[in-house]
Design a protein around this ligand. Structure first.
Ligand code: SAM
Length: 334
């Protein structure tokens, strides 16, 4: 089996094999899964793939400080640089000083900026290799002045305090589509508490807004960073809610809700991907009580009306500001 992802192909030519390799924030690649002992990732899909192959898999938020992890560590540089800086600081906090770390990534993903970032953090570095439009650097952990926790920020909007982290959708600002969605919900929300699912919760703005109005909220996201951000947002506002890592409905088998509300994803990294939003719409009827509603917001150009028509046989446009549309569909039969 050969590596498929370009950054993994660069790793593949480094050593015959790794004795105890832990990979951090990697792409899903069968060669890499086979080579590695474990993964630390914020991406539920990646964690699932490593686990399914009998490997250790953790988010950075469920790794206890005293758990052994990695003498050979490779960080895959993320497209969000601030998230890369967060991973470097986090690794320096988790691993003994002097632990070697390799950093690999694609040129189009910004790996060439890594030496400057390492200089700024006071981490020595060495360039190891360059091929397949990727580069590989080596460094080691050092004692840093500032902690990874400084990456968490809060901002105020709609009478709520939102917790934000690099790599979480929006990071510090409210999406225009989300605002339109909340405006249109304001007039249609019943007074009695609803059991609501916020699908793709991000920093938790929709969940907190609904919980603030007395509704019983479950929030899910495929990103562990988003799950942590949503938990922090609810806590910062003294609100309650259940927050889970889930690939669309994967963690919610057999559960039904009165409403499913979402500003659904249509990107994976920089590529357009309708997969999760299509699954959200097609599987929503199974997860709604009779009379329950799916309410989503989307850029006007996205093909959701067709998907809604197929899944629900009918839908309404609840709001339209030319750039975004809010759609609602009701589950009419069991
Ligand atoms: C457009 S953002 C909306 C975030 C937040 N609800 C808001 O309105 O600001 C979509 C969210 O869906 C999440 N997401 C992407 N793929 C997903 C999947 N397969 N299952 C669950 N959530 C997913 C992303 O991590 C992101 O937080």
């Amino acid at each position: 089996m050969s590596a498929q992802a370009p950054a993994c192909q660069l790793l593949e030519r480094q050593k015959d094999n790794y004795a105890s390799l832990w990979v951090v924030g990697p792409p899903v690649d069968s060669w890499l899964i086979d080579q590695s002992t474990g993964v630390v990732s914020g991406d539920f899909d990646a964690l699932h793939e490593w686990q399914a192959n009998g490997k250790q898999a953790r988010t950075p938020f469920d790794l206890a400080a005293d758990e052994p992890f990695g003498k050979e560590v490779v960080l895959f540089w993320p497209k969000a640089h601030q998230l890369g800086i967060w991973w470097l600081k986090w690794l320096c906090e988790q691993l003994p000083e002097g632990t070697p770390i390799e950093i690999v990534g694609e040129h189009q993903g910004g790996i060439k900026r890594v030496p400057k970032i390492l200089d700024e953090l006071g981490m020595p570095w060495d360039k190891r290799d360059n091929a397949r439009r990727c580069s590989l650097f080596a460094t080691h952990t050092v004692a840093l002045d500032s902690s990874s926790d400084t990456a968490w920020q809060t901002f105020e909007t709609l009478d709520l305090t939102l917790a934000s982290h690099p790599g979480v959708f929006g990071h510090g600002k409210v999406d225009e589509g989300t605002l339109l969605l909340l405006e249109s919900l304001e007039s249609s929300l019943p007074k009695k508490p609803l059991k609501v699912l916020d699908m793709g919760c991000g920093d938790g703005i929709i969940s907190a807004w609904l919980a603030q109005r007395g509704h019983q909220v479950t929030a899910v996201d495929v990103s562990a960073f988003a799950v942590e951000a949503c938990k922090r947002t609810l806590a910062a506002n003294g609100l309650e809610g259940r927050v889970l890592c889930s690939d669309v409905f994967s963690a919610l088998e057999g559960e039904q809700f009165d409403w499913v509300v979402s500003n659904p994803p249509f990107h994976k990294e920089r590529d357009i991907s309708y997969g999760p939003s299509q699954r959200l719409i097609s599987q929503a009827p199974e997860h709604l009580n009779t009379g329950g509603r799916l309410i989503i917001v989307a850029n006007g150009f996205l093909p959701y009306p067709d998907h809604l028509q197929r899944a629900f046989q009918d839908f309404q446009t609840l709001a339209d500001n030319r750039r975004f549309k809010v759609y609602g569909a009701v589950k009419t039969q069991r």
